[in-house]
Ligand binder design. Structure first.
Ligand SMILES: *[C@@H]1O[C@H](CO)[C@@H](O)[C@H](O)[C@H]1NC(C)=O
Ligand SMILES: *[C@@H]1O[C@H](CO)[C@@H](O)[C@H](O)[C@H]1NC(C)=O
Ligand SMILES: *[C@@H]1O[C@H](CO)[C@@H](O)[C@H](O)[C@H]1NC(C)=O
Ligand SMILES: *[C@@H]1O[C@H](CO)[C@@H](O)[C@H](O)[C@H]1NC(C)=O
Ligand SMILES: *[C@@H]1O[C@H](CO)[C@@H](O)[C@H](O)[C@H]1NC(C)=O
Ligand SMILES: *[C@@H]1O[C@H](CO)[C@@H](O)[C@H](O)[C@H]1NC(C)=O
Length: 685
């Protein structure tokens, strides 16, 4: 404002000032934006993968390996005695490739060609004397297929089986991927046409386009070496895929050729490579050579000088010659903008002179309130209209979960942040005499916490009798989906989840707070497979003081953690429904069962058989001991979370468990009785 009023007395001065700004700006424009669109290209070629360079340039994830003959092999067959079922691996180029220009929203153009071979169990596998078909009832028909993948990171491996290691059932649309799949299993659930097809997958395992390659005389599973050529033209959004034999020339006919906009599934930098998996059926996917070239346009980014004056000073030295005609457009646009801004400032100046002092102060206060910068992630109050807008009026389609106490919705705030909104049931609060004020206080206390293994609370909404908590959205779904969904979670991941949750609870307890809702559904998995504890219990009935409540709730958290650990080790829920074909009456309660197996010294029986041979049995039993320890009565050895962290990180020996189980185990389940006094007292005794 000061500079404007300085110039106001003389309109002539002002115009000169504008002219200078425009003059300088447009010549600056020339320097930075003219001819500064540059081509970002990337090229690499692996004639085979045996070069020493491969070690640095290729990231092998999961069950993938470069074999002696220099092929990428998924799954890894070099280790002996590994069951090849339900394995998944990825091999990606280790450095990110620019595949998208966010300014113009144009995908990069890329060409890639690779030769590959799919060996089914019937073929004479070069790793000779292994009994690959295992129990021999495979049918030997191979499975599941592999994809050329463009993935957002270099550490995620998707699900095995029909997911081809590309995605997993828990990923949402945030996890951007593009895949070209070479699928050798017909999976009706995913809309596959047959067991010999090519699919184009955009952010989903359900192919957008499928091509029956039998029609081109190609059999992916014939054990021959095939070659694929994928050619994408970013500006025209044109994709062409050719498939042929490695020995023959470039096929004249493309198996797919057409317009396809993949922009929505790209980030600026992504990783390219291959992903493959086996399921109930096994086969080996080999990639023998790979050629990749990409090119995208980018405009050079340089910091802009801050003020008009500084530009004048800079310009004095440089001179401003060589303004070309092609700059005329931007020159006029810029001039118009500057003119409009000055007009606005001038009119504001005169208006302010006219309004009364009081109003001016009001105005100043208003703008001060508006302009006060807010730390971006500071938790805050949300209005009901904000939350409603974020969740499209609590649309059923946005509902993620619901139970008797609450509904949870996925939403997007105006600033684009993805959130999960938990809306507590007003009726439930009323009928259980829950004190909303107390819940509100607890939400606010909890929202101050920041820990890598806790889901951050973005805010709350207490308008109109409503009680809602706004959480950060964690992209990879709940641990429950991972543990009990299709596919088998490897032991290393299970152990990591146990450790992450232990860290989170230990931190929470150190802050004199308790979670009160520890179970597999309140643990979330992010894209890097870190476990985050969220979905706090909050709701407590009764009249006890917060302090008393914390002392009661913390040991309850430990107990619930113990149950969670047992579920992780056993790969099953605590209570098996009687209709479950695998259940027999004796093992309905996992906790009872685990203790009785402990008494009989047969704890290995509890460990999830599905994990198979990639399991570290010693670790699993040790972790199970920790789980059992947590379910002891408080005065009989139930540890604190701080101690548990030391145990699960194998820093301290786990204390000996009593030989016999405790007399009676608490009637605790993870879905009910979270907030009743009887439950609290039961665990407190
Ligand atoms: C960038 O690439 C485009 C298309 O591939 C080409 O027409 C243009 O000449 C290239 N520009 C430079 C500076 O290499
Ligand atoms: C399988 O191939 C190996 C060489 O790769 C050969 O020595 C062996 O005899 C073959 N076995 C059968 C059963 O064909
Ligand atoms: C493969 O394993 C099955 C079952 O374990 C066994 O019956 C069969 O003889 C084995 N085959 C070979 C070639 O070792
Ligand atoms: C795929 O193509 C083959 C050969 O043309 C044909 O026999 C088969 O029926 C096709 N499958 C489907 C599902 O269209
Ligand atoms: C794998 O085999 C098991 C047992 O035979 C069966 O229950 C399961 O449904 C199969 N999974 C798939 C994806 O076919
Ligand atoms: C790999 O790509 C480069 C550039 O596109 C090309 O010159 C070369 O011939 C390709 N090599 C193979 C084996 O396709």
């Amino acid at each position: 404002m000061a500079s404007v009023s300085f110039f106001l007395p003389s309109m002539k001065n002002l115009l000169v000032f504008i002219f200078f700004c425009v003059y300088v700006e447009s010549s600056d424009h020339k320097k930075t934006n003219d001819g500064v669109v540059i081509n970002v290209t990337k090229h690499f070629f692996f004639p085979d993968f045996n070069t020493p360079r491969t070690v640095h340039d290729l990231m092998l994830l999961g069950s993938s390996v470069v074999d002696k003959t220099g092929r990428i092999q998924i799954p890894d067959t070099t280790q002996n005695d590994v069951d090849l079922k339900h394995l998944v691996g990825r091999a990606v180029y280790a450095y990110p490739v620019r595949v998208f220009d966010p300014i113009t929203r144009t995908p990069a153009s890329f060409q890639t060609t690779f030769s590959f071979q799919i060996e089914t169990t019937r073929t004479n596998l070069s790793f000779a004397d292994r009994n690959v078909s295992g129990d021999g009832n495979d049918g030997g028909d191979g499975g599941s297929g592999f994809t050329f993948i463009i993935a957002p990171d270099e550490f995620t491996v998707g699900r095995p089986g029909p997911w081809l290691g590309m995605l997993n059932d828990a990923c949402d649309e945030q996890y951007k991927t593009v895949g070209i799949e070479f699928d050798t299993i017909e999976n009706a659930k995913f809309g596959d046409p047959n067991d010999n097809h090519l699919g184009i997958n955009l952010g989903s395992i359900v192919s957008t386009i499928t091509i029956n390659v039998s029609e081109f005389g190609i059999n992916l599973k014939d054990g021959e070496i095939h070659r694929a050529w994928i050619d994408y033209h970013g500006q025209n959004h044109f994709l062409e895929i050719r498939l042929g034999s490695d020995r023959l020339d470039y096929p004249s006919k493309a198996v797919f050729s057409g317009r396809l906009d993949i922009s929505d599934f790209l980030k600026e930098y992504m990783f390219v490579g291959f992903s493959a998996s086996t399921g109930n059926f096994t086969q080996i996917h080999n990639v023998l050579s790979w050629n990749f070239t990409s090119s995208s346009q980018a405009s050079l980014r340089v910091p802009s000088p801050e003020t008009c004056e500084s530009k004048i000073i800079i310009d004095d030295g440089n001179g401003g010659g060589g303004r070309g005609g092609n700059n005329l457009n931007s020159f006029f646009i810029f001039m118009t903008v500057v003119f409009l801004v000055v007009v606005a400032l001038v009119s504001l100046y005169y208006n302010r002179k006219r309004i009364t002092g009081e109003k001016a102060r009001e105005l100043a206060m208003l703008s001060a309130v508006k302009e006060r910068p807010r730390p971006p992630n500071k938790p805050r109050r949300f209005t009901i209209s904000e939350v409603s807008a974020a969740t499209r009026c609590f649309d059923e389609l946005h509902k993620v979960t619901c139970d008797e106490r609450s509904d949870t919705y996925r939403g997007t705030l105006l600033n684009g942040c993805h959130v999960a909104v938990k809306r507590f049931s007003v009726e439930y609060f009323k009928s259980h005499g829950i004190n909303r004020r107390r819940v509100g206080k607890e939400i606010k206390a909890m929202s101050k916490l920041r820990h890598p293994n806790l889901v951050a609370i973005r805010g709350w909404c207490f308008d109109h009798q409503e009680t809602m908590v706004v959480y950060d959205y964690v992209q990879n779904g709940t641990f429950h989906d991972w543990l009990y969904g299709i596919g088998v979670l490897p032991w290393s991941r299970r152990l990591k989840v146990v450790r992450d949750v232990a860290q989170a609870l230990s931190y929470l307890h150190s802050q004199k707070l308790a979670h009160k809702n520890v179970n597999t559904s309140s643990v979330f998995i992010d894209v890097s497979f870190r476990a985050l504890l969220g979905d706090f219990g909050f709701v407590m009935s009764g009249t006890e003081s917060s302090r008393f409540e914390a002392t009661v709730s913390q040991p309850t958290d430990v107990f619930a953690f113990g149950v969670l650990v047992l579920e992780v080790v056993a790969g099953r829920k605590r209570y098996r429904s009687e209709s479950d074909p695998e259940s027999n009456r004796s093992d309905l309660d996992l906790l009872e069962w685990a203790w009785s197996m402990h008494e009989m010294n047969e704890k290995e029986k509890v460990v999830d058989v599905k994990i198979g041979s990639v399991l570290n049995m010693d670790q699993a039993v040790r972790v199970m001991d920790i789980g059992l320890l947590c379910t002891l009565k408080e005065n009989q050895g139930r540890p604190s979370m701080a101690e548990v962290v030391e145990y699960v990180c194998f820093e301290t020996e786990v204390p000996e468990l009593p030989l016999r189980r405790p007399m009676a185990l608490f009637p605790y389940t993870s879905t009910t009785a979270l907030c009743t006094n009887s439950y609290m007292c039961a665990s407190f005794k």
